[in-house]
Write a protein that binds this ligand. Structure first.
Ligand SMILES: [Zn+2]
Length: 106
């Protein structure tokens, strides 16, 4: 079995295989989105951010930006722009990406 030279698996857009994040950017798999399970990433590449909007989520009020694939425009999830609850501020600048929208590639 040959080891991949890069070593770090990638998460890509399920639609167009646009690389979106590295496995090492994955912070948590314990999130929920519309379609079910979602992942939290510290960094996402090749993505576009939508307009900022205030949204009431289970854990409180946040300003979020919807996040889209830069290649095919598929909605992937959102970025936490601002948390109103100080306890939730660690989420600021982080991304929630729906598991159903991405594939893992080695
Ligand atoms: Zn895409």
């Amino acid at each position: 079995m040959a080891e991949d030279a890069g070593g770090d698996p990638l998460y890509s857009c399920k639609n167009c295989r646009n690389p979106l994040a590295f496995r090492s950017d994955l912070l948590s798999k314990a999130f929920l989105a519309k379609s079910g399970q979602a992942y939290m990433f510290s960094h996402v590449m090749n993505a576009m951010l939508g307009k900022k909007e205030d949204k009431q989520l289970i854990t409180g009020l946040f300003t979020i930006s919807k996040t889209y694939c830069s290649k095919c425009g598929e909605e992937l999830g959102w970025m936490y722009v601002k948390a109103y609850d100080p306890k939730q501020m660690f989420k600021q600048g982080r991304f929630i990406i729906e598991k159903a929208k991405i594939v893992k590639q080695y």
